[in-house]
Design a protein around this ligand. Sequence first.
Ligand SMILES: [Fe+2]
Length: 348
Amino acid sequence: MSEVTNPLGLVGIEFTEYATPDADYMEKIFADFGFSKLKKFKDKDILYYNQHDIHFLLNKERGGFSAEFAKSHGPAICSMGWRVEDAQKAFEIAVERGAKPATDSTHKDLPYPAIYGIGDSLIYFIDVFGDKGSIFEQDFVDLEEQVVVEDKGFLRIDHLTNNVYKGTMETWANFYKDVFGFTEVRYFDIKGQKTALLSYALKSPCGTFSIPINEGKDDNNNQIDEYLDEYNGPGVQHLAFLTNDLVASLDKLDQTNIATLDIVDHYYDTIFDRVPWVKEDRDKIKEHQILVDSQSEDCYLLQIFTKNLFGPIFIEMIQRVDDGGFGEGNFQALFESIERDQERRGVI
Ligand SMILES: [Fe+2]
């Protein structure tokens, strides 16, 4: 990894931290998705959940940064920890490259070096992982009553998508490019029946995750502006969990309350003509309302989206068979599905 292409030595995502006014609800969602409740941060009311290489923190502190965050945003992703080779060095270089350090009075006593990310959220730099140990061993203690649930095959975070105000997409894209060395992979202009959005996808310099950024178009309460109103600012719109067997993961989710978006029946009239090399059971794909996309022969991806799950935030589940896309072929179907949902709710 060269200095130029990966100036901070970024190597992936270590954790995602949630702030919420309703921790019981979040605990239920995490359990439904197959995350086990294992530990808590030393001396703090911050719970640690795990499934394979996905690490979640649920911040239940009643004061301080996350409590304030939940007050202004409702349920939200208030921070992420990103893996780097040297946390202090990454922090210093990030600040040199234009990031705002989280060293003001509202961010006293942070456990790791941090900068401001999207909205008021934080990005921590974490350099203890893999061969060097684990912050979850070092800084967390086992819960007396752990809640271990069956895992549902979710392996890691594939991507996270940001929603931003009109006219600021480029500013945010430049933040990820200039500070971390993200590169642009794709640009989309998507139109529904009544609304439209622009989307710009960025890939991390380590290649382990990507960040698409969405901005609404026009002033007719498109789904991005609806998010911004409800969330009270820019932030994470959805996280995507990677699985190697989406059908099996969804079979296991059937027993839960997690609801996914309805896809129009005629979607399945043509999808297997467009992507005939799908190996999974086609009846199962249709039954679960899984979306299919492909960029080239023998490569494809399967994906599905929950309805808004906590606040305006939802979860995507994705399986990749040599396909590095975002399901571009489905953007239209998906956009229209959300638009139908907006219409049902009387928003547009
Ligand atoms: Fe996505």
